[in-house]
Design a protein around this ligand. Structure first.
Ligand SMILES: CC[C@@H](C(=O)O)C(=O)SCCNC(=O)CCNC(=O)[C@H](O)C(C)(C)COP(=O)(O)OP(=O)(O)OC[C@H]1O[C@@H](n2cnc3c(N)ncnc32)[C@H](O)[C@@H]1OP(=O)(O)O
Ligand SMILES: [Co+2]
Length: 134
C-alpha cells in the first residue's frame, strides 16, 4: 500500500539555525519558511535527489509539536511520510486493521497541496507516520 518516501521531518527549536545548517554546512537546497496554520507548524523543505527533509517548528499556541519539543528540547526525528495512491482507501484499510488515525480521521491539505493523514506512533514502532496522497 505505501509507496515512495516523501519526506522525513525533523522537529527543530530554531528554524533559521536548522535551515542554515542544511544550506551552509551540508550544502543542500533549502526553501524559504512557509507557515502552515492549519497544521500548527512552520516548515522549511530541504530538497535531496531522492527525497525531502522537512524542518518543522511550532506555529501558534496549540502546535502538535509542542509536546515533542518539550520532551526533546534539542529537536529530533518527528515523523516519516509515505505516499499512497488512494488516501481514503489507505485510511479505511488501516482503521480496519486497528491502527489509530489521528485527528478527526479526515485528510487535511498538507504542505505540498495534497491530502495528508497521520497515524499514531504507538501503532507504528514508535514512529509517527504521515500518509500523503501521491
Ligand atoms: C506541514 C504540514 C504537514 C506536511 O504536509 O508534511 C506536516 O507534516 S504537519 C506536522 C505536524 N503535525 C502532526 O504531527 C499531526 C499529528 N500529530 C499529533 O496528532 C500529535 O503530535 C501526537 C502524535 C498525537 C502526539 O501528541 P502529544 O500531545 O505530543 O503527545 P502524547 O502525549 O499524546 O503522546 C503519546 C505518546 O506518543 C509519543 N509521541 C508523541 N509524538 C511522537 C512522535 N512524533 N514520534 C514518536 N513518538 C511520539 C509520546 O512520547 C507519548 O509516549 P509515552 O511518553 O511513551 O506515553
Ligand atoms: Co510532514
Amino acid at each position: 500500500m505505501i509507496g515512495k518516501l516523501n519526506h522525513v521531518a525533523l522537529a527543530v527549536p530554531d528554524l533559521a539555525a536548522a535551515a542554515a545548517l542544511y544550506r551552509d554546512t551540508l550544502g543542500a537546497s533549502v526553501s524559504e519558511p512557509l507557515d502552515q496554520p492549519a497544521h500548527g507548524v512552520t516548515v522549511v523543505f530541504v530538497t535531496l535527489p531522492n527525497t525531502k527533509i522537512e524542518l518543522v517548528h511550532p506555529l501558534g499556541d496549540s502546535s502538535p509539536l509542542a509536546g515533542f519539543l518539550a520532551k526533546n528540547p534539542a529537536g529530533g526525528i518527528h515523523h516519516i511520510c509515505y505516499e499512497v495512491e488512494d488516501i481514503l482507501a489507505a485510511r479505511d484499510r488501516l482503521k480496519a486493521s486497528g491502527a489509530r488515525v489521528l485527528g478527526d480521521g479526515e485528510p487535511k491539505i498538507g504542505a505540498h497541496g495534497k491530502p495528508v493523514l497521520f497515524l499514531h506512533p504507538k501503532d507504528f514502532l514508535g514512529t509517527l507516520v504521515e500518509l500523503e496522497q501521491a
